[in-house]
Design a protein around this ligand. Structure first.
Ligand SMILES: Cc1cc2nc3c(=O)[nH]c(=O)nc-3n(C[C@H](O)[C@H](O)[C@H](O)COP(=O)(O)OP(=O)(O)OC[C@H]3O[C@@H](n4cnc5c(N)ncnc54)[C@H](O)[C@@H]3O)c2cc1C
Length: 430
């Protein structure tokens, strides 16, 4: 593929770039929220709507974190089943986690519809593809579990019928889940910023929070642009969690995920390669995920191209080769964008919200945060306002870390190398 004129900004930023908001910071606020992704903005909206003076601070431009870099796939909780996050957990706990995940899907769909958010959302369904033949049965079992525990509609797609959902012979069948959507992450983040402001919240960019300390009954927050005192603090920094919150940092493993976008493609070719215009991912450990752009003109494709970190240009070379493995007909076309962003993994593969040493937080999307982190931001606000009528299943503030881990994932190349090797072995043995 032609990589000669590559932008290393996310494709989404063409339509909705992150925003500068450099007004002077206030000296005080009721609630100071750290992070202007889906989670922070969602919390700010609910708080402000209920008369709370809420401010959002971001170290970077507003929305510059994962929330304008994501694939924009809107999940109803399947990923926890597909990635094995539910393995080893009691059935009741799994049921609660999945119930709140399904709720997060309903929540984001309602939010977009009720607030008429310009988010490029479409309920598209998702094809989970078997990377090797033995994964097909596993996917069917997982589909069965999802059907039973969450009531979603799951279709088994044997390889013989695969061309009805993907114009490729690369995979070995799979399942389609109907309760799944896709949106434009840049537009969605911008709409959430507008909504938070309409609700009365104030947003500030380029205001890195450096220290959060107790100050009487509230907090004294040191930022790169001065000191702010707040009654409460909400941390919504997910994969970008840093030194200001060392206890959270020890519990989060930031992992880069990479994506590329093709140039606009002929409509007929797009119809052939993805007839239902669905979200698609596969069953590799270092999975491929792909989707059409919301305007239906391009293919976006993501993965972790290597066990080591790469820059965007190097990642584009690897990802474009993988894209052509799936769809050889894309070889003559150009890649226009290649970008990356940080996902927050946790050692127990589940997101967490709660309060730690008086600081509220919601973090740890594990790669599944468009719906979930929006929802957990909302839940965090409800909790803070004393308006939650039940405890969210993700409200488990005590979550694991590992010895010798302080936030720099030195072990990642080893783990990722092992995953890449096992994916390669699976294919070699198939
Ligand atoms: C490449 C990629 C693809 C993805 N694809 C999908 C997908 O298809 N579907 C899905 O559901 N999820 C996906 N995700 C995950 C999803 O994007 C995230 O879960 C979600 O955006 C997290 O939102 P958030 O608000 O919690 O955090 P973020 O959007 O990451 O926001 C955190 C913010 O905190 C700010 N910050 C950090 N530290 C400080 C500080 N000290 N002071 C001030 N500000 C600070 C950062 O600058 C950042 O803007 C993807 C992620 C990536 C990176």
């Amino acid at each position: 593929m032609d990589l000669s004129r590559l932008s290393t900004d996310p494709y989404w930023w063409d339509a909705a770039p992150p925003e500068e908001a450099r007004d002077p910071l206030p000296e005080r606020a009721d609630v100071l929220i750290v992070g202007s992704g889906y989670c922070g903005l969602s919390a700010a909206t609910e708080l402000a709507r209920n008369g709370t003076d809420a401010i959002v601070l971001d170290a970077d431009a507003l929305g510059a974190g994962a929330s304008t870099r994501s694939g924009g796939m809107v999940s109803s909780g399947q990923k926890m089943v597909m990635t094995g996050a539910v393995r080893g957990k009691a059935r009741e706990r799994v049921s609660d986690l999945l119930a709140d995940s399904v709720e997060s899907f309903a929540y984001i769909e309602n939010l977009i519809a009720q607030e008429k958010l310009d988010a490029g959302y479409r309920k598209s369904g998702r094809f989970f593809a078997a990377y090797v033949p033995k994964h097909y049965d596993r996917l069917r079992r997982q589909g069965e579990l999802l059907r039973e525990m969450t009531g979603v509609t799951v279709h088994d797609i044997p390889r013989s019928a695969q061309r009805s959902v993907i114009g490729s012979d690369f995979y070995h069948g799979g399942i389609v889940v109907d309760e799944y959507g896709g949106l434009h992450p840049g537009l969605y983040n911008r709409s959430l910023r507008d909504l938070a402001r309409r609700s009365g919240a104030r947003l500030y960019s380029h205001a890195p929070v450096r220290d959060i300390a107790r100050d009487g009954s509230g907090f004294r927050v040191v930022t790169g642009r001065g000191i702010v005192r707040a009654r409460e603090v909400v941390v919504a920094t997910n994969g970008y969690t840093g030194k200001a919150t060392p206890r959270l940092r020890r519990r989060i493993v930031p992992v880069y995920s990479y994506q590329i976008a093709t140039e606009p493609l002929p409509a007929e070719l797009l119809r052939e390669i993805n007839p239902g215009q669905r979200m698609i991912s596969d069953s590799q450990r270092e999975l491929y995920y792909t989707r059409p752009s919301p305007d239906g003109t391009r293919v976006l494709f993501g993965s972790r191209p290597s066990f080591i970190e790469m820059n965007e240009a190097a990642a584009a070379r690897v990802l474009s080769r993988k894209l052509v493995e799936v769809w050889p007909k894309l070889a003559p076309f150009r890649i226009t964008h290649s970008w990356r962003g940080k996902v927050a993994m946790t050692f127990d593969k589940v997101a967490h919200m709660g309060t730690d040493e008086g600081i509220h937080f919601a973090v740890g999307c594990n790669g599944n945060g468009v719906a979930l982190m929006t929802y957990l931001g909302h839940q965090t606000a409800l909790r803070l306002l004393g308006r939650a009528n039940r405890t969210c299943a993700f409200d488990v503030p005590d979550f694991p870390t590992e010895p010798y881990y302080a936030g720099r994932p030195w072990f990642l190349p080893i783990v990722s190398g092992w995953y890449h090797f096992r994916d390669w072995m699976d294919r070699a043995q198939a």
